[in-house]
Write a protein that binds this ligand. Sequence first.
Ligand code: SAM
Ligand code: SF4
Length: 357
Amino acid sequence: MHNETLRPESPSDSLATPDPRQINATKTYAPGTLIDKFGRQVTYVRLSITDRCDFRCTYCMAEEMTFLPRHEVMSLEECLRVAQAFVGLGVNKLRITGGEPLVRKEAMWLIERLGALPGLDNLVLTTNGSQLERFARPLKQAGVRRLNISLDTLRPDRFKAITRIGDINKVFAGIEAAQAAGFERTKLNAVMMRGINDDEFLDLVQFAVDRQLDISFIEEMPLGEIHGRTGTYISSEETRDKLGERFELIPSTENSGGPARYWRIPGSVSRIGFISPHSHNFCDSCNRVRITAKGELYPCLGQNDALNLLPILRAERDEQALRQAIIDSMGIKPYGHDFSQQMDSPQVVRFMSMTGG
Ligand code: SAM
Ligand code: SF4
């Protein structure tokens, strides 16, 4: 096998925004892998297997959501074909997400097959935890390597207010079930919201440390028509300062292959991560694309360009056409997002539950 050197196109070919982007211009890549026009290799796919959810988190969904009709959602077999095509193109990490992936009927059928897919080294799942008591063990047996569990608060009444309908005790039971099933380095994800959960950040970290969990704090992103976010936004830096009141935080060079930057607390195994799309843009090293439950390939969470794979999946069983469409999608992967300009008037009208967080 020979390697070829890829040069990004000139910046003026791509986006109007200014451009520090001669990224990776001299890197070499194996042929038959996915390289975008800025020289970034895509090795990570986030696959949403449903837009439905048993919660209605205020930052993620509107109170009254209209979900997709069943025939517009990829079948589990179609999800598997998409995953196989990506893995054939060098993708080695896949995150199953949603909506709430574990409310998808027969989700385990797909997860078992993904767990057995040669070349897919790192199968992981993001969940709200509500169904984990039932699914933690089968997920582990199917080969899921790690779980991310969303938890923005430790208080039952506040949890109900944020999720509109969720029961926090189910999530606590789910976290325990994940640990009992043998999952290690399970990570909690907390969205930071001023006036909503910012008085609990220290307690959330303590909860994680006591249970040897990792925890990441996420800056709220302007996805979907939800107004009033400019008031609730908190930067990672502000939260880190606050955590410093109780914990000694040592910067870590560890990288989980995602956008989080990590800190360690001496004497604890827990990693404290910050996902900072506003204050620390991580687009330079973006290695991922997202597939929605309707089979749309979004090369960037923060832009509206997408390629619809569903007609290709349903036209005929032509895996070469599918593969080619995925390769072609690299041409529309933009340099990055521009969230910080849009907190109260989002340019991206999809909710996170639609794109797959
Ligand atoms: N239902 C699962 C869950 O809640 O973990 C998986 C899907 S959810 C869309 C994935 C992640 O996106 C969650 O951690 C959630 O907190 C996060 N999320 C949703 N909307 C967001 C927003 N507007 N800004 C930042 N994170 C968001
Ligand atoms: Fe559901 Fe997850 Fe969105 Fe909350 S964040 S509404 S749990 S998809």
